[in-house]
Ligand binder design. Structure first.
Ligand code: PMP
Length: 421
């Protein structure tokens, strides 16, 4: 192989022919793989089967978990999530099976109630900051509620804070989405300086909110979880404890879709949120909350449990890293990719203008990746460069096969792109 960027037209044509043959050989294999979403594999789900045989019905203070009531969640579950989130249990609400659902409701509450200021819906125009690439479903929530989505460049240290500090001077900007630990999709962790600068923001909107989604806080692939600074504590230090709302869930600890989610916020925001949730539900699934407390016990046990997840998924991440290196070596600077210490994704960056074509080539050979552009507001990557890779769900051999195909697809897309210049 030689540097594609240094190749002349004739060499590129020759390379395209060779790659086309190689690609067709993959097509002939009739692969059928889905790497589009960050889902745990069956072996990971099996780690939590112990949950299914827990039949406790009463909480530590004698409450019948099978019955209505207790909107904020059962006390032992609030304590468990307080320990995880680093918040006072009195400011923790334990919800249902989805943190995204809680985020949706918090944005809804901001729109209607205002959470400490003018309801966002009363403003003629409202905007939300979206560090990009980021989690597509976050962006969807704020798009659904009628916000203009403002992309903020995502750096290795977190959102570009120079940009954020400038943008929050606009009173129409009502909040920012954050995935502080092992971000989706880059796997970056916010630096201490980023967290401190976020906490020190003085936004023009009096009820500006930092939506702090710590979905991957204990999902490490290295020696232990990254200790990202606690936004609630940092904001309190700056006298702005009502600015953040923290979220997490057990979706990728136990069962996605059948886990437990939680949030934490400053006292006034917490009170406003419970008021806003009151008309919506009499209470969340406390039987599942109780089961989770019995099964997960405390943070130390959760970390021991996450070590088992790591043993299953780290070889898949390692294989993907190795095969990307092997499959793209010697082609010049046609791609770069992240090597995260945790989370569920590897972020691959192609030359500008090659991501969509690469994803399409993979799909036509039977491997479904997350749609190119999905990690950007409105699903549009202005550079058409980012591809989110999710290696956890397929079997090891499938991850390997899919990555080999991906390298061929990316090289072919790159050569086509260079020829079309
Ligand atoms: N936040 C992030 C950053 C995620 O990646 C995901 C899952 N892909 C979620 C939230 C969804 O969490 P839940 O299952 O708790 O709704």
């Amino acid at each position: 192989m030689a540097d594609y960027l240094a190749m002349g037209k004739a060499e590129l044509e020759k390379e395209r022919e060779a790659l086309q043959r190689c690609y067709e050989a993959y097509q002939a294999k009739g692969l059928k793989l889905d790497m589009s979403r960050g889902k745990p594999c069956a072996e990971q789900l099996d780690l939590s089967n112990g949950l299914l045989s827990i039949t406790d019905t009463h909480t530590e203070d004698g409450m019948d978990a099978r019955n209505y009531g207790c909107l904020e969640g059962i006390p032992e579950a609030r304590r468990l999530f307080a320990e995880l989130l680093g918040a006072d249990a009195a400011q923790v609400l334990v919800g249902g099976n989805s943190s995204l659902n809680l985020m949706f409701d918090v944005i809804g509450a901001g729109c209607r109630d205002g959470l400490g200021g003018t309801p966002w819906d009363d403003c003629a125009h409202k905007k939300f900051l979206c560090p990009a690439p980021g989690y597509d479903r976050h962006f969807r929530v704020t798009e659904y509620y009628g916000f203009e989505l403002i992309a903020v460049p995502m750096l290795e240290s977190g959102p570009d804070m120079d940009c954020v500090e400038e943008l929050v001077k606009d009173p129409q900007v009502k909040g920012i989405w954050c995935v502080p630990t092992y971000s989706n999709p880059d796997g970056y962790c916010y630096s201490d300086q980023t967290v401190r600068r976020l906490a020190a923001l003085s936004p023009a909107a009096e009820n500006f909110k930092i939506l702090w989604d710590n979905a991957y806080m204990v999902h490490y692939l290295g020696d232990g979880p990254q200790q990202t600074l606690n936004i609630l504590q940092e904001c309190a230090r700056c006298g702005r404890e009502e600015m953040p709302v923290m979220f997490c869930s057990t979706s990728k600890i136990t069962f996605p879709g059948a886990g437990v989610a939680a949030l934490a916020a400053g006292p006034k925001t917490f009170a406003a949120l419970t008021r806003a949730l009151f008309p919506m539900t009499i209470g969340f699934d406390k039987v599942n909350q109780l089961r989770h407390v019995k099964f997960l016990k405390d943070k130390a046990h959760i970390l021991a449990h996450m070590e088992k997840h790591k043993a299953i998924i780290k070889p898949k991440f390692d294989a993907m890293q190795r095969l990307l290196g092997e499959g793209l070596r010697g082609c010049g600077q046609i791609a770069r990719w992240t090597d995260p210490e945790g989370g569920y994704f590897i972020s691959l960056y192609t030359l500008e203008g090659c991501a969509k074509r690469t994803v399409a080539l993979c799909r036509e050979a039977g491997v479904v990746l997350t749609g190119a552009g999905a990690a950007y507001p409105y699903g549009v990557d202005p550079r058409d460069s980012n591809i989110r890779l999710a290696p956890t769900y397929p079997a090891q051999a499938e991850v390997e096969e899919a990555t080999r195909l991906l390298c061929v697809a990316l090289r072919l897309a790159t050569v086509e792109h260079l020829l079309a210049r």
